[in-house]
Design a protein around this ligand. Sequence first.
Ligand code: GDP
Ligand code: IMO
Ligand code: MG
Length: 427
Amino acid sequence: MPAIVILGAQWGDEGKGKATDLLTTTDTIDYVVRTSGGHNAGHTIVVDGQKFATHLLPSGILTPGVTSVIANGVVISPEALFRELDSLIERGVAPSPLVVSANAHVIASYHSTIDKVTERFLGKNRIGTTGRGIGPAYADKVNRLGIRVADLFDVGILQQKVEASLDLKNQLLAKVYNRRAIDVDSVVEELLSYAERLRPMVADTSLLLNTALDEDKTVLFEGAQATMLDVDHGTYPFVTSSSPIAGGVCTGAGVGPTRIDRVIGVIKAYTTRVGSGPFPTELFDEDGEKLWKIGGEVGVSTGRNRRCGWYDAVVARYASRVNGLTDLFLTKLDVLSSWDRVPVCVAYEVDGVRHDEMPMTQTEFHHAKPVYEYLPGWWEDLSGVRRFADLPKNAQHYVKTLEELSGTRIWGVGVGPGREQTLVVDD
Ligand code: GDP
Ligand code: IMO
Ligand code: MG
């Protein structure tokens, strides 16, 4: 039966955690699955005023009756995995069952060491990564030097693979980065220390999920990162190292595209970005500061301030196209109360030429200047509104205009961080 994808339509932090939690608790969802990225994600869920953040764990981990799955496309730090599970247990949450793919790649401590030294080496050209070792772990995977979850259960293989992986890295660390080489045995020992606790969770998750779909179960794929951070379709090189778009769900989970019924893009009513890279509607004035302040735009994983700007309909159209979105979930509409008029970027101007679609080259995107249309604003507090028809007329007009501009129907609107602070547009 249904396979539903939830993904980020901008540069991340759109509210995917809230959207996942909402569907998980209002629909009958059997599995919540992460298919890409790792503990670089930070997804916030607010239940009865209590705030939870998930990083590597699927957001379904909080919902009884849901099985959470970390599929093959994810890069797993066992240390981060157990730290996150333990912190939930400490808060009195009984985590729902968790299944981990035997083929998922492992992030070892040396991956984050390399992530950090590489960023330092890049200086002003740095990507602004989360420093969690995501890029180096994916690089090892593609370079065929990766360590997979199943390798933790075969000491001989693990030793060989860590040796092979560290061979060149140690030369680099010592000779280029002027750092101490990493000891193979201590890495092996550390990884082995997680094996016993991990073993009962490990399974063939592609088989599990395809069987579940054959049995009419509902599977929700919870995206991490976002379309504009996609290694193929994002603002390369200022991207993450995986495929957070809808296509990445198929490779990251081992399910075919024909099985996916619905693809929901989560999008903020304005735009934010963390880390380096182009951002055409970015604001450097008091409006930007006001969005940052009212929106509480501080990163969940790294605590970095998010860069803020107006809604970008070119990005929304692009995300609709590359993901084949069926719906949009528009979050944080409440943050926009208190502007007389709200600018929306409808196109770019690049060296005097108007672009209605994403420019083809990186250079053009770096030069893109937003072309704004100004929509009438509203001043009412939206946080208590529960029906679309009860929104101020100008807020309704704002939502309907964004829908027209993006070319994808807006299914839900967020008016606050709480699960209940959501309006379903057709209701
Ligand atoms: P994710 O990474 O896409 O899951 O998003 P984050 O959790 O990193 O950031 C989204 C932030 O916005 C979190 O603090 C959420 O609690 C909050 N949030 C989500 N939806 C809404 C909304 O509709 N209104 C407001 N005011 N906050 C929201
Ligand atoms: P969620 O799932 C926002 C950004 C980093 C950096 C770039 C590469 O919460 O939306 P990486 O550590 O992945 O190699 O960093 O990607 N980034 C995110 N930005 N939200 C995220 O996740 C992000 N995950 C990575 O800031 O610019
Ligand atoms: Mg986030």
